[in-house]
Design a protein around this ligand. Sequence first.
Ligand code: FES
Length: 170
Amino acid sequence: MQETMETTQAMIDHLAAVNKILEKNNYSEARLIPILQEVQAVYKYLSKDMISYVATSIGVPPSRVYGVATFYAHFSLQPKGRHIIKLCDGTACHVKKSHGILNALYEKLNLSADKRTTDDLLFTIETVSCLGACGLAPVMVVDEDVYGQVTPEQACEVVDKLIAGEKAAK
Ligand code: FES
């Protein structure tokens, strides 16, 4: 029950944030991309409901908003985890065995190339091309933190610390 109330409150907070974004952008179709960027920053992805809500609010068909959201790779229509792990698989990192880190993280979080977000929505693993720090290869970025010359063991330790932090926060 407590959880349901918190979930409802979280939804109300999110909608209030989205309404502010819409208002700031004058409910303008011409501002659709910045609106979607800001909405995604709040939700971490664009749900079907949110696409319909934005479309209705700015007075365009949902298919128009959906078309924009699917055209740009930047937008995600799938939920993402609270912590985003970006693992570089550019040439320098690949040569330094970034795939070993990726496999260790997949195994630790029970994920795969086809399932990149944990069921508890705590983690999403993304592979990216060069992060521009090849001298530090292999490179992993977790949320805002950059880890260079990282080993599979160190990558798993970072995840363990985040899990411990999440538990402590409950
Ligand atoms: S290839 Fe990984 S940072 Fe450049």
